[in-house]
Design a protein around this ligand. Sequence first.
Ligand SMILES: Cc1cc2nc3c(=O)[nH]c(=O)nc-3n(C[C@H](O)[C@H](O)[C@H](O)COP(=O)(O)OP(=O)(O)OC[C@H]3O[C@@H](n4cnc5c(N)ncnc54)[C@H](O)[C@@H]3O)c2cc1C
Ligand SMILES: Cc1ncc(C[n+]2csc(CCOP(=O)(O)OP(=O)(O)O)c2C)c(N)n1
Ligand SMILES: [Mg+2]
Length: 566
Amino acid sequence: MVDVLAEAGVRRIYGVSGDSLNGITDSIRVRRDIQWVHVRHEETAAFAAGAEAHLTGTLAVCAGSCGPGNLHLINGLYDCHRSRVPVLAIAAQIPSAEIGSGYFQETHPEHLFAQCSHYCELISQPEQMPRVLEIAMQTAISKRGVSVIALPGDIALKEAVESGPRLRFSEPKPTVRPSDDEIGLLAEVLNHSKRITILAGAGCAGAHAELIALAGKLNAPIVHAMRGKEFVEYDNPFDVGMTGLLGFSSGYSAMMNCDLLLMIGTDFPYQQFFPKDATVVQIDVRGEQLGRRTKVDFGFVGETKATLRTLLPHLNQNQFESHLKESLEHYQKTRKGLDDIATANSGKRPIHPQYVARVLDQLAAEDAIFSCDVGTPTIWAARYLRMNGKRRLLGSFTHGSMANALPQAIGAQVSHPGRQVISMSGDGGFAMLMGDLLTLRQHQLPVKLIVFRNDSLAFVELEMKASGIVDFGTDLHNPDFRKIAEGAGLLGLRAETPDQIEPLIGEALKYDGPALVEVPVSRQELSMPPTITLEQAKGFSLFMLKAVFSGRGDEIIDLARVNLVR
Ligand SMILES: Cc1cc2nc3c(=O)[nH]c(=O)nc-3n(C[C@H](O)[C@H](O)[C@H](O)COP(=O)(O)OP(=O)(O)OC[C@H]3O[C@@H](n4cnc5c(N)ncnc54)[C@H](O)[C@@H]3O)c2cc1C
Ligand SMILES: Cc1ncc(C[n+]2csc(CCOP(=O)(O)OP(=O)(O)O)c2C)c(N)n1
Ligand SMILES: [Mg+2]
């Protein structure tokens, strides 16, 4: 089994060992070409493998021992599967003769992982190997997502019957594009439209030049969806920002004010941000994605690069410049508005998280790899990190799980030893998988952790406020994170005032080893959506009423101070 993995280019397995995994870990122990990356929680292993797979585009592997060991993988595997990154999970199983007896640690991985995998099978005899493993790997790679093999510890210790891998071909990379007739139809629809907006997502990876050429031909502003940020936003004269609750108002209005919306490689999930009257055209490599999020008038199956390359010669130059011009002007205003709040606040507290993100963006390396926790760090990353084609951005954008940033940073750093890796952690998210701080020292991983300490589950608090609920259950009584970092053998730093942000982040980034910077940031930073719906506005006033009734009027004043009086 380990031979097959190594032959396929797998260089490491993330996991926590256990009796049922002994066969595998013992095989790894004696060889140099594959590493066992020992983490402190299996969820970390799955997120780390997902990060590696996202960054490299190739198969990454994690493992958990029987029962609770592999059960801990599950949330991370959901994230990998939903983000469509190729990950193989080895779920060790109890001794084969005990299956079905309610034995110690017995679970049924084939059932547990069915929903977060394309392929999930039990190996019950050596003759199934390497075929079942190879099917699992092929499925993870070709369908993009998770495959799981459940392997009882006793079977793993048996002698192999086959002597080596069966499959030796390289990964197939066919060209997929719409038929000539469909390209003709697509060109005709685009050639007859005036105000066109492009919504581009992660499916535009590797097609930057084609996308820019398309926008030029169509005079179309480009709005991006969050997972498309790292591939779409940079060197892009047509960029008008993101849309969605965390988006820019310019992204929102470019989508709402077009006659034709051209969706390319995106699964942007929020229906209310799609225009109601525009013609919608969608291009996606997966047919089942067409029309999933909004009504689509013309759907095409194709990879972005191949499709746009074939399409471009058929397009006429769009002559209507006003939509692009207005959208770009709107973007400049929005960008300035966001930049104006990312200030040091004349050295006074509270520290604005936007400022921290801005400084991080300015000081980070040209090819830094960032990860951001679900919660407000996702907002700051979306709005203040500048991508450039070399930088990368990891998050739990589709599954939306907290505590993703540190584990993803681990996978990024292990698989990219020379690169600067920065985790933008929430104080809630960081604490959730904080045990893996120890992994940074154990494996000498020079990850830089920036902990946005707002002493709350601030994103949830914001959601509660916006829906008119008085926030509850969101307080965090935090420890001294700097001391925890020091205790774990990291460089621990804490910024007290805005003017310490730059020097301390600079010091952490230069430090030759893992470092944590704890930054107390204001709790009540409103990350207002690009447009406030009537319901949300109502929600806010209701919140204010309820808060005043419950004697928390001081908090409203605080909220106003942070957001209005800067
Ligand atoms: C707290 C939080 C808040 C969020 N708020 C926002 C927000 O305000 N705005 C926002 O945009 N996102 C937001 N997100 C992220 C959001 O949930 C989605 O994950 C994101 O919008 C999807 O981005 P995407 O469409 O680029 O990527 P995906 O969802 O990964 O979609 C990519 C699509 O491209 C297709 N594809 C892949 N490869 C190719 C190819 N070669 N050619 C053609 N097609 C291809 C795929 O089949 C898929 O349909 C938020 C997430 C969190 C955690
Ligand atoms: C595993 C998990 N639990 C709960 C949630 C709901 N949730 C979303 S964001 C968030 C708050 C995150 O808090 P923190 O990491 O401190 O970031 P902040 O928003 O405060 O900056 C919570 C509880 C979730 N997304 N995932
Ligand atoms: Mg917090």
